[in-house]
Ligand binder design. Structure first.
Ligand SMILES: C[S@@+](CC[C@H](N)C(=O)[O-])C[C@H]1O[C@@H](n2cnc3c(N)ncnc32)[C@H](O)[C@@H]1O
Length: 315
């Protein structure tokens, strides 16, 4: 489960790490996610209602997707890149609601890829592809990445190594955007309260049992890494929104416990219930939080190449 041998050159979670989590089966996730299968923190501004209610969760997830498309400046004429497209909910909103006619989605999970393909979204090219291998033939007008950044480094890396890995990501994104083009990024991050706790058991549980090969960033690492390429023009700190989201997921999983155990067995069911309940506590105690960052590429400057010259950018 934790093997890095298939892709030893990769800085973060490997394909095997990702598939260990996401390919448990779409039917299991469908029991407790919203109907669009969005697997990331929702946006709860002005949304009330019971945590387990399907319509309430769907509304909050759609509000989040709409927010990111807006922050990335996506309109009907835009070319959109979704890095870590999951089961395709952002791509679906972009094509069906915004009217986007050209979008590319990247995932490392074959199960997610098969699902996105099955949606038959016009103008959407979904790929099982690491962003490090992505070579577009034209620039994008905007990029969205929700809940994937958490997988770009692994727990054994030092702070400097993490910054280097994140910088490589920002360099690639900047190379795929025009000057002043925007990247809307959402990620969980560690806070200083994580250190104050002096309790490694929860992060260790997550790294071992739930998200093998992945490690969380800190805001200072993101800021340092993106600075050569992007201005940070927007920042929301929404840890309370994640506490509410995981509460909704764990309530729904509990409500569907019989079906869930039939699908994945009692051990995996118990592991996911523990992970979702523990996550709520982690967000409520603010040991981790959720950031939504809007990043605007600096105006053109020397050394920042577009797709045709993206080989020149650090990988
Ligand atoms: C938590 S899911 C979020 C999915 C989706 N954005 C959402 O909000 O529902 C993380 C996604 O990131 C993808 N991912 C992780 N590392 C990646 C990488 N290096 N390149 C491309 N996709 C990656 C996973 O395959 C998965 O689709």
């Amino acid at each position: 489960m934790n093997s890095r041998t298939d892709q030893p050159h990769r800085a973060g979670a490997t394909t095997a790490d990702i598939e260990a989590h996401y390919d448990i089966g779409k039917d299991f996730y469908a029991l407790w996610l919203d109907p669009g299968l969005t697997y990331s923190c929702a946006l709860w501004d002005g949304i009330e209602g019971a945590p387990g209610n399907t319509d309430v969760l769907r509304k909050a997830q759609q509000a989040k997707l709409r927010y990111h498309l807006g922050q990335a400046g996506i309109t009907a004429n835009s070319r959109l890149l979704d890095i870590g497209c999951g089961w395709g909910s952002l791509l679906r909103m972009a094509t069906e609601e915004t009217g986007v006619r050209h979008a590319v989605g990247l995932t490392l999970s074959t199960d997610q890829h098969a699902h996105v393909r099955s949606l038959g979204l016009p103008g959407v090219d979904a790929r099982v592809e690491d962003w490090r291998d992505h070579e577009p033939d034209d620039v994008y007008d905007g990029i969205v990445s929700i809940g994937a950044f958490e997988h770009f480094t692994h727990p054994a890396m030092s702070r400097d190594e993490r910054i280097e890995a994140y910088r490589a990501f920002f360099a690639r994104c900047a190379g795929w955007l025009p000057p002043l083009g925007r990247l809307s990024l959402q990620t969980i991050a560690l806070t200083d309260h994580a250190d104050a706790d002096h309790d490694d058991s929860v992060p260790e549980f997550f790294a071992r049992e739930i998200f093998p090969g992945s490690a969380l960033p800190r805001l200072s690492e993101i800021a340092t890494a993106c600075e050569p390429y992007f201005a940070i023009t927007g920042l929301r700190e929404d840890g309370a929104h994640y506490a509410r989201t995981v509460r909704a997921w764990s309530t729904r999983l509990f409500q569907a416990r019989e079906q869930a155990q039939l699908l994945v067995g009692p051990d995996i069911y118990r592991r996911y219930r523990t992970y979702l309940r523990a996550s709520e506590i982690v967000f409520l105690r603010q040991a981790s939080t959720l950031y939504r960052l809007t990043l605007r590429r600096w105006p053109a400057r020397r050394g920042l190449a577009g797709p045709s010259g993206s080989q020149a950018l650090p990988k």
